[in-house]
Design a protein around this ligand. Structure first.
Ligand code: HEM
Length: 215
């Protein structure tokens, strides 16, 4: 039997799009629960994982250049040479924190409800030119490369974890892979001209950026 998929809804409705993707790649509540089970195993290794991500992004000029842009909230920052704090260093720490918050949220989210899907979509959107004032317009080639790199880091953590059985490892690796591909789609759709989500509000920041306390 062939299931009908409404192409217009795929390009207009985040929940409908996610449901289709989930069915196609067999992503289910079972994967969400597996990610929740793995959270306490991955959390202690996140600082190291995020350091690796930033090392990679900073090792090529084409990716590093995005990190010289100023974050909202850092407009008035003046470097404090006495303490050796430069704007780049402070912003890098802040951005590492944002990536940590994101990964922790993905791992602990008990249900992928509409507001969580909006969050994933908004994380994708700000990297394109459609994220309103938060847009950073990262070329897709770098996003694709980093998804692969991040996926490998997370898979390695699971693969090398002690005290979890083979079955959970296998389920965990699958769950991570499915999450990465879902996030990749919820990014890619914003690069495309066919995506037209009436409900999304690009002016809403995904994280409430409080003013940096160094100001
Ligand atoms: C695996 C792929 C990626 C993921 C999951 C990811 C995730 C995130 C998240 C969660 C934020 C914080 C958003 C916020 O809370 O405001 C962020 C910000 C940022 N991302 Fe990415 N990112 C990815 C790839 C990249 C790449 C490849 C680049 C550049 C080459 C990049 C550049 C940035 C920059 C510059 C910001 C900071 C925006 C600002 O200054 O407010 N990201 N990213």
């Amino acid at each position: 039997m062939v299931e009908h998929i409404d192409k217009t809804r795929l390009n207009n409705n985040l929940r409908y799009r996610f449901d289709f993707l989930s069915k196609f790649i067999d992503f289910s509540q079972h994967d969400v629960t597996t990610l929740n089970i793995l959270a306490p195993i991955i959390f202690p290794l996140l600082p190291k994982a995020i350091d690796l991500v930033y090392k990679k992004l900073y090792s090529f000029d084409v990716t590093k250049r995005f990190f010289h842009l100023r974050n909202d909230g850092f407009e008035n920052f003046t470097s404090n040479k006495e303490f050796g704090m430069t704007l780049d260093a402070v912003q890098t720490e802040f951005r590492k924190d944002m990536l940590t918050v994101y990964l922790k949220r993905v791992l602990t989210q008990p249900e992928w409800n509409d507001s969580f899907l909006e969050y994933l979509s908004r994380v994708g959107q700000i990297h394109t030119n459609k994220g309103g004032s938060a847009s950073i317009n990262v070329d897709y080639i770098y996003m694709n490369a980093l998804f692969c790199y991040l996926e490998q880091i997370l898979i390695d953590i699971i693969w090398n974890a002690e005290n979890i059985d083979q079955k959970i490892k296998r389920q965990g690796i699958r769950a991570i892979s499915r999450f990465i591909w879902i996030q990749n789609d919820l990014l890619t759709m914003h690069y495309s001209t066919t995506w037209n989500n009436d409900n999304s509000c690009s002016s809403i920041p995904i994280v409430k950026l409080t003013k940096c306390f160094f100001i």
